[in-house]
Design a protein around this ligand. Sequence first.
Ligand code: FAD
Length: 510
Amino acid sequence: MTTATAPIFDLLVIGGGINGAGIARDAAGRGMSVLLAEQDDLAAHTSSASTKLIHGGLRYLEYSEFRLVAEALKEREVLLANAPHIIEPLAFVLPHEAHLRPAWMIRAGLFLYDHLGGRMSLPKSFGVKLPGSRWGAGLQSRFARGFVYADARVDDARLVVLNALDAQAKGADIRVRTRVTGARRENGLWRATLQPRDRAPTDVTARALVNAAGPWVKHVQDSVSTAPVKDIVRHVKGSHIVVPRVHAEEHAYILQNADNRIVFIIPYQDHYSLIGTTDINVDAYEHPGITEDEIDYLLLLVNSYLAKPLQKSDVVWTYSGVRPLHDDGSTDPAAVTRDYVFRIDALEGGPGHDHAPVLSIFGGKITTYRKLAEAALAHLAPYFPGMKPGWTRTAPLPGGDLPNGDRSAFFAEICRSYPLLPADVLRGIARRHGTRATRILGEARTPADLGQDFGAGLTAREIDYLVAEEWARSDDDVLWRRTKCGLPMTPAQRAAVAVYCARARSEAIA
Ligand SMILES: Cc1cc2nc3c(=O)[nH]c(=O)nc-3n(C[C@H](O)[C@H](O)[C@H](O)COP(=O)(O)OP(=O)(O)OC[C@H]3O[C@@H](n4cnc5c(N)ncnc54)[C@H](O)[C@@H]3O)c2cc1C
């Protein structure tokens, strides 16, 4: 293997979504020299547009995806332990609708869900009466019974950034706003052209390429392969709407629809409910947006459950993402496998040759990104004799080393340490950064030490950190990915953040 200072990288990772960031972190921690290039911001695409669940995927049991569900349930435990600041348990209530799925079928599914992943720290499922109980909060009284089971939710965009931060700490070179515009094999190595957004293109050399380009996977695969490529990627769009909180309890709902799909209502960012998702085959995947039909579909479904119907005017935010799935021939977009698929293409030749492999990644889930990274490196191991073993299973992500994994105790400790700072600022910073909160707060003692207050718990001090340490370049990076502070802000508050980010960025360049 090469050293970090050598001009030849072991891996060039194309794409800074969860899969690219996860692979970069794992590989860097094994001592490989890694360059990750992301054409936009980290998590700018699918990895910030998910339903934000770390889950086994109860509904995938109906499609016999037992391997995927078992792996995802095990990963739920691993991730809860390694990133308790951004991942937390969440109870789900499934209101019973006898004409859609009989109770015995749901019980059988939940029994599997409770046991497929082996020993679990989360509680097992149970049945409940809904009317008059907290488990039925916000629902129509016609729902008599339901089932409660446990899963977890994540700040998806921050999960990506934390993986990139750890990759960088272990020597990886992370370049945002840098597109890989082409790559060709030369003397058994890859020669790739990188086009930064604000500078002249440069060429880099790497022993292997990882094509983690998400929705662009096929585009990249076609552009670097010498042989014809048979794989087909299915672009399936999913959209979400955000509305003011529909009930005051802490649990989420999983709602069944007559079309066999399910939709979640999830408590979101304290004051909101997140509702989604849809599943729609699309051809154009670069700039997905929600359609009126999708909003109608989601509202119609949730209103058949909610006591107080939602109106279109209740929708305060929407987002859409595109799943880059490996086409398995299913006619129903909801049925296409969510499992990941790898394709590797390498030059022929015996040991001692440089094979210039390229590994392309299709599909996957946020939940299984760490296992996907391990599996990706296992595919590349034959080309890197002496590759070190995996190490990420027991390694906390940056800021995730909370004492006993206890968020509440950690927050109480932060409040004790900074008694004069506003609680909403401390809470936001503790949630987003875990034990790294003290790096941001440092010697700050009074609100004035935090600099300009933009509202929603965001201050200049945190923005400075996001620009200096987390590759934030624009107000969107700060408001919608590194934080979600954009959601409760007024347009004037967002505009003030934009002005500040532009100034902080230009000072960082100068
Ligand atoms: C609606 C929806 C809901 C979902 N919900 C969940 C969920 O609740 N739980 C779960 O576990 N999973 C969920 N998923 C799945 C999960 O979000 C995806 O599997 C995952 O985010 C894919 O990550 P990725 O890294 O492959 O793709 P992306 O996040 O899209 O990253 C690929 C990156 O590659 C970059 N790129 C492309 N071409 C180039 C190039 N030439 N040079 C440089 N960079 C390039 C892109 O800019 C992009 O940022 C959901 C997906 C969707 C769409």
